[in-house]
Ligand binder design. Structure first.
Ligand code: FEO
Length: 399
């Protein structure tokens, strides 16, 4: 049974949803699933914009056949070669022997790496600024290297003013019958997953996203068709501004997230005491996370959201407690920067975690580590109330 939706009169969503997979990239939990979007432009030259993940091949192939309605497929435009989009290239080329593949030189090289297909007479190699006439539609190709792989390109269709944006402006979350952003309450139900998707998948490449946003600013865009999540047809600036902030590593909110590691609950209690202290002093919307129980992708997304971060951590095997060490490794890999951080550590003997955490934070760009550290020996004691108070106050003073 086909599951297609019309994006416009001539453009059909032929993608598929995946609610079975637990981990995107076998790494990121996606309890709400994910959509792999693909689009068919119906014109004199029928053109398929990307394919889908291997897990969704059956539905996708059926959707494409239904949308073509017996007509031929002329072009397959490959904007991104990550297998969540490219897995069905070979299958499409076998099913539609007249179809040509459109991509840049790097795309063609990667197709050769992933598949055993002879593209010699079936490839159309494009570069920045090239166009492809489909009839009444024209695609303009814009290179977007490292958003999120080196071969990525996006395509602007000028008759309907649509940006086919590859991974950009995507989000985790399956589409539940509602294709467009204004069919859902994005701010309530989707923004956290969109932030988690962006920060963990493309977060490292802020500069390259900025370059793409600058190119996009020169286009009259009425609709954004990403490879994941809803199609944007209204309030585009809301989502573009979010991406602008995320890719500049600017916090979205003046807010504090306290992330702690705790082996037996003593560091947790200190983190809680700090949260209460901050709350009593008037700080709103404080977020507290146990690093052992919270997926690192959620903590990364929160760190991109907030302006101020507290890391509380015990010493473990003479080093940083592993869940916090893992978080710091992800922060470094994803180029987290421009945050103010307070560090609290705990040690029953030979406490070293605090110093090691500060060292790692100092290796990141533009991180302000607050002077006052709070060191706990096993448990936070009542006579440390004043120290805790001063520790909390320095965070507020820095806000
Ligand atoms: Fe959705 Fe980079 O692939």
């Amino acid at each position: 049974m086909q599951c297609t939706r019309n994006v416009t009169d001539h453009i059909i969503w032929v993608g598929a949803n995946d609610r079975r997979v637990n981990l995107f990239e076998n790494l990121f939990p996606i309890p709400r699933g994910v959509s792999y979007n693909a689009y068919l432009i119906k014109d004199e030259k029928n053109t398929l914009m990307d394919t889908v993940d291997a897990s969704a091949s059956g539905q996708f192939i059926e959707n494409v056949a239904y949308a073509l309605n017996g007509e031929s497929l002329d072009y397959l435009v490959v904007q991104h070669m990550e297998p969540d989009h490219c897995a069905n290239i070979q299958r499409i080329l076998e099913l539609y022997p007249e179809a040509k593949v459109v991509g840049n030189a790097k795309t063609m090289q990667m197709i050769g790496q992933f598949f055993d297909v002879d593209l010699e007479d079936r490839k159309v190699v494009v570069k920045e600024g090239d166009t492809l006439e489909l009839g009444s539609h024209t695609l303009h190709f814009v290179m977007a290297p490292m958003v999120h792989w080196p071969e990525v390109m996006v395509s602007y269709e000028d008759s309907e003013k649509i940006l086919f944006s590859a991974d950009a402006f995507g989000t985790f979350g399956a589409l539940n019958g509602n294709l467009f952003n204004d069919d859902v309450d994005f701010e309530k139900d989707w923004i956290d997953d969109a932030r988690r998707y962006f920060t963990n998948i493309v977060g490292k490449y802020g500069m390259q996203v900025q370059a793409l946003l600058k190119k996009a600013a020169g286009l009259d865009i009425q609709m954004i068709c990403s490879l994941h999540g809803p199609v944007w047809r209204s309030n585009l600036n809301y989502f573009i501004e979010k991406h602008d902030k995320w890719s500049k590593y600017e916090p979205e909110e003046q807010a504090v997230a306290i992330i702690y590691g705790s082996i037996y609950g003593n560091t947790e209690q200190a983190a809680d005491a700090l949260a209460v202290k901050l709350g009593a002093k008037g700080v709103k919307n404080i977020a507290v996370y146990d690093a052992s129980k919270t997926d690192v992708s959620e903590m990364i997304a929160e760190i991109f959201r907030v302006s101020h971060l507290v890391i509380a951590c015990p010493t473990y095997n003479g080093g940083i407690y592993p869940p916090i060490e893992n978080l710091l490794a992800h922060m470094k890999a994803l180029a987290v920067q421009n945050r103010t951080v307070a560090v609290m550590d705990n040690g029953t003997w030979a406490a070293t975690a605090g110093k090691q955490i500060v060292k790692q934070l100092e290796e990141m760009k533009n991180m302000t580590v607050l002077d006052q550290k709070l060191s706990i020996k096993s448990t936070l004691k009542a006579d440390q109330e004043e120290i805790l108070d001063a520790f909390a106050q320095q965070i507020i003073d820095a806000m």
